[in-house]
Design a binder for this molecule. Structure first.
Ligand SMILES: [Zn+2]
Length: 212
């Protein structure tokens, strides 16, 4: 069966516009697991790999070593999920890549990148202002098994703020990149926002969702 038909895309945007808290706060709010065949990686896939494009951090993260800060922040975010006491999942940073778009869901490359567009169901979609990032998780909706994913951080989520919009310092008026990736990594392992959970659980005919 065609991959597009067999899988669904969990495409979740973290929207800055939803934040009432300061810009350095967590993005996107609380995450929940679906109760009915939730998307998930299985233990035979552990450690779950991800591939960074560190070069894209330049100009997007404030600091003297944006690529290095990006690597540290992403690694730390994934580590935080591993550190959850009840979590079995493990992650591994695989080879860095120069890819800007993750066009192939099942090639083993799970991209973490800054870009102004993200691939959703094979189509590059521009990320609008106010959106911090988007995470795609490709999974078989008959059993929830995830086959791949990608995290894209919007290069200009705050058009009224001079770039770079992100930092690792918690500086006032900047977006904390580790906090955002921490949230997106939750989507990467199959979690979603509660208000969409019921919809996902009952609507198996949908092939694509792009909630805020
Ligand atoms: Zn989210």
């Amino acid at each position: 069966m065609n991959q597009i038909l067999r899988t669904r895309v969990l495409a979740v945007l973290a929207a800055a516009g939803l934040l009432a808290a300061p810009m350095s706060a967590l993005a996107g709010g609380e995450l929940y697991l679906l109760s009915n065949s939730p998307p998930h990686w299985v233990t035979s896939q552990f450690p779950v790999g991800y591939n960074l494009n560190p070069g894209t951090a330049s100009g997007n993260i404030d600091g003297v070593d944006a690529p290095g800060q990006f690597i540290d922040a992403v690694t730390s975010a994934f580590q935080s999920w591993e550190n959850v006491g009840t979590a079995a999942i493990t992650f591994q940073r695989n080879a860095d890549t120069a890819l800007l778009l993750d066009q192939n869901a099942t090639d083993g490359v799970n991209l973490v990148v800054f870009n102004s567009v993200a691939v959703v169901q094979g189509i590059p979609i521009p990320l609008p202002a106010g959106v911090l990032g988007v995470t795609n998780s490709y999974f078989d909706f008959s059993n929830g098994l995830i086959s791949g994913g990608a995290i894209t951080l919007n290069t200009d989520p705050l058009p009224d703020h001079a770039n770079p919009d992100y930092s690792t310092s918690g500086a006032n008026g900047t977006l904390d990149i580790e906090a955002i990736v921490l949230h997106e990594a939750g989507h990467y392992i199959g979690m979603c926002h509660r208000r969409y959970a019921t919809t996902w659980a009952v609507n198996s005919s949908a092939s694509r969702r792009t909630p805020p």
